[in-house]
Design a protein around this ligand. Structure first.
Ligand SMILES: C[S@@+](CC[C@H](N)C(=O)[O-])C[C@H]1O[C@@H](n2cnc3c(N)ncnc32)[C@H](O)[C@@H]1O
Length: 284
């Protein structure tokens, strides 16, 4: 479906009539009495499918050399359904976003009133990705919520961005050959971007049939715990990818939370505030 067709086909979902938001600790969309037969759900599902088609068609060709391996469309919808209510009305920093979860949330928020962050910053080193997200934001009316910035995770986080966000969101390179260290560089950058007691949404594989994912997941959970980040939830086998050499590789969703205490100052997270040399992360 083309972009114009998408716009004209979008019915407006009355805010709060089909979904209601429950607030902390768990915020999710739930059908309400206003829609007992679930017809609104079907209509929303059609909007979601149209929106993901717009995003997929707009994205530049994926470059494997940049680890751009897009999540399957239906899984991206599930992912956004699950996390959008948590990120709603929050400031969110995306560390890399070829998947374009930010755009899907912005598009659905602007066109159908589903929950959406108030502020989204996308950091990525690929200008094509940033230009596409900006174009979608302008065309579909969420430019006031989305900002993009060219950034390479090997560089220090720009000072003015440190500690500014409520959440970080990352679907990083998984680091199959370095026990997940590539992912931990993205995660560490995300941790720098959020305020004390901030939260993070991390997508990583964890599969007993693929021992490298288990080793990487163990190391990443140890890393998070060591630096006062609590894994509050982990949902396995949530997403699959357009990945020729391993089409069944699935990733998990981890929701993490910083627990600020006085000891934080003694444990400075690796990579914090500095340039990282390529040689520090072999097989990136
Ligand atoms: C590494 S990919 C991970 C796969 C994920 N499914 C995707 O395609 O978005 C995530 C994003 O990180 C970006 N990226 C890769 N290396 C980067 C780097 N050194 N600095 C900043 N962004 C990077 C890619 O351009 C991509 O948009």
């Amino acid at each position: 479906m083309g972009a114009q067709a998408f716009m004209s086909d979008i019915p407006t979902v009355p805010h709060g009539s089909i979904y209601q938001r429950r607030h902390a600790p768990t915020r999710r969309w739930t059908p309400t009495q206003a829609d007992p037969r679930g017809q609104g759900r079907i209509r929303v599902a059609a909007i979601e499918r149209a929106a993901v088609a717009v995003v997929e068609q707009a994205r530049p060709p994926a470059l494997r050399v940049y680890d751009q391996i897009p999540m399957r469309g239906e899984d991206l919808i599930q992912q956004v359904r699950l996390v959008a209510p948590l990120l709603a009305d929050r400031a969110v920093a995306f560390v890399g976003d070829y998947d374009s979860a930010s755009a899907l949330m912005g598009l659905l928020g602007a066109c159908s009133g589903v929950p959406c962050p108030t502020q989204m910053l996308v950091l990525d080193f690929d200008e094509r990705v940033l230009a596409t997200l900006e174009m979608l934001a302008r065309r579909y009316g969420f430019a006031d919520r989305l900002e993009v910035r060219r950034y390479n995770v090997f560089d220090p986080v720009p000072r003015e961005l440190v500690g500014r966000y409520d959440w970080f969101y990352t679907n990083p390179p998984y680091g199959a050959s370095n026990r997940g260290e590539s992912a931990r560089l993205f995660i560490a950058r995300g941790c720098e971007l959020v305020r004390p007691n901030g939260q993070g949404c991390i997508i990583l594989p964890d599969d007993a049939g693929r021992p490298w994912t288990r080793r990487a997941m163990m190391a990443t959970q140890q890393f998070l715990t060591e630096y006062n980040w609590l894994v509050g939830a982990k949902l396995d086998e949530m997403h699959r990818y357009h990945l020729d050499d391993d089409p069944h590789l699935a990733s998990s969703l981890l929701l993490v939370e910083h627990v600020a205490d006085g000891n934080d100052l003694c444990r400075i997270m690796p990579y914090r505030g500095r340039q990282v040399r390529m040689s520090e992360i072999p097989h990136f």
